[in-house]
Design a protein around this ligand. Structure first.
Ligand code: GTP
Ligand code: MG
Length: 237
């Protein structure tokens, strides 16, 4: 697995070109009129479409080999202007195009939700062996959950896209999680949003224990799947 985060100059140039137009830049300062993209950056849209179709192909192959699809659903998003400006301010840098490209690596994001936890690693392995896709790094919050209990596998991929007549390698941040992890993360997000991230200690403890329960549910479902598979093997004999 390649851990390099270096990109060929042409990809950065393409990002700059795509963002300059989409963020309505007079110079280097980012404007985002009315807090919106003027037009969503087409480079990232294309990268998400390209990645989605590669994953769909893997999903179909998997379905015909194994008889089921490990993927429940896929969502994609391009980071909202407010969230870009928030992140740049958290990082303590000026809202410029260069800082956006250098410091924000999740402008294009994909979330893949699975039924079973082991399938996350199988898909990661297929992506790793895919000739067009490159894994730049992974953060495994499943093996090493965050202190609040958050679990998911994050990976940054480099996706080849033809843009303005040249081949560019675009970064896409992918989050892979089970239905149980997704359920927990979605509710935790709603709760934290509501409480403006100032959550009392006892609630943090409760959330973390709920994350543990979601983890146990994943283990239980895996064990049930093994049992069901062994039953169907017996039936075939
Ligand atoms: P961002 O500034 O959000 O990109 O964080 P980061 O660059 O430090 O990366 P990290 O891997 O911590 O988080 C990236 C994304 O994962 C977030 O934008 C969320 O979508 C998700 N995430 C990470 N931690 C949590 C969490 O504790 N709760 C929930 N609900 N989502 C989380
Ligand atoms: Mg991030």
């Amino acid at each position: 697995m390649n851990t390099s985060t270096q990109f060929p100059g042409s990809a950065e140039d393409a990002e700059r070109e795509a963002l300059r137009y989409a963020a309505c830049l007079p110079g280097e300062e980012i404007l985002f009129p009315e807090g919106r993209w003027v037009q969503q950056p087409s480079l990232y849209r294309s990268a998400l479409q390209a990645l989605r179709s590669e994953i769909e192909i893997i999903r179909q192959e998997w379905k015909s080999d194994e008889g089921f699809s490990p993927i429940e659903h896929i969502k994609t998003r391009i980071k909202e202007p407010d969230s870009i400006l928030d992140k740049l301010s958290r990082l303590g840098v000026k809202p410029t195009l260069d800082h956006t490209i250098e410091r924000i690596h999740d402008l294009a994001g994909m979330r893949i939700v699975f039924a079973f936890v082991t399938d996350i690693y199988l898909l990661l392995d297929r992506i790793d062996r895919h000739p067009n896709l490159q894994i730049l790094w992974t953060k495994d919050y499943i093996m090493n959950p965050k202190p609040n209990g958050y679990r998911s596998l994050h990976a940054e991929l480099s996706v080849p896209v033809m843009f303005a007549g040249r081949l560019c390698h675009v970064r896409v941040e992918v989050q892979m999680r089970t239905l149980a992890m997704d359920f927990w993360a979605s509710l935790e997000h709603i709760l934290l949003y509501k409480y403006d991230r100032r959550v009392p200690d006892h609630l943090v403890r409760e959330l973390s224990s709920a994350a543990g329960a979601a983890g146990e549910l994943d283990h239980k479902m895996l064990a049930l799947r093994s049992e069901v598979l062994s039953l169907s093997d017996e039936d075939e004999q």
